[in-house]
Ligand binder design. Structure first.
Ligand SMILES: [Zn+2]
Length: 138
């Protein structure tokens, strides 16, 4: 789409309503103007959070605008999610691990063969799960 417009004596140009509607340009928004070869490029300056679209307390992060609330939320989420991606979150644990944890809570001195018998899994499997549990992988 190209439209011819006159620039007024003060250098102003009116953006056609059709283009403003298509690009959802707010009448008071900021525009970035760049000289490009023999022409101009206009970009809508959208200073809002890429996650929640908030328009206040915006900080630039790696070329993206992010609000302080989202930064705080992301940071708090990172604290609760362990660094090692191998670590399985509680709700994604296998039923055997969950039951094993319950058994260990009920009777901390329970033997591995007893766990194996109760859960209907092999003793080596219990041993393997215990190792994972001790290393914090599950
Ligand atoms: Zn945000």
């Amino acid at each position: 789409m190209s439209i011819v417009r006159k620039i007024d004596v003060e250098g102003r140009i009116v953006l056609p309503i059709s283009i403003r509607e298509i690009l959802k340009i707010d009448p008071t928004c900021d525009i970035i103007i760049q000289a490009h070869g023999n022409g101009l490029c206009l970009f809508i300056y959208r200073n809002y959070c890429v996650f929640c679209r908030a328009t206040s307390n915006i900080l630039a992060f790696k070329g993206h605008d992010v609000c302080k609330n989202c930064i705080r939320n992301i940071a708090s989420g990172l604290k609760t999610i362990p660094r090692h991606e191998k670590i399985i979150q509680e709700e994604n644990r296998s039923p055997a691990i969950t039951k094993m944890i319950e058994l260990l809570k009920q009777s901390p001195d329970i033997k591995q063969y007893e766990i194996a018998k109760i859960l209907g899994i092999s003793k080596p499997r219990v041993s393997q799960l215990m190792k994972k549990l001790r290393s914090g992988v599950v």
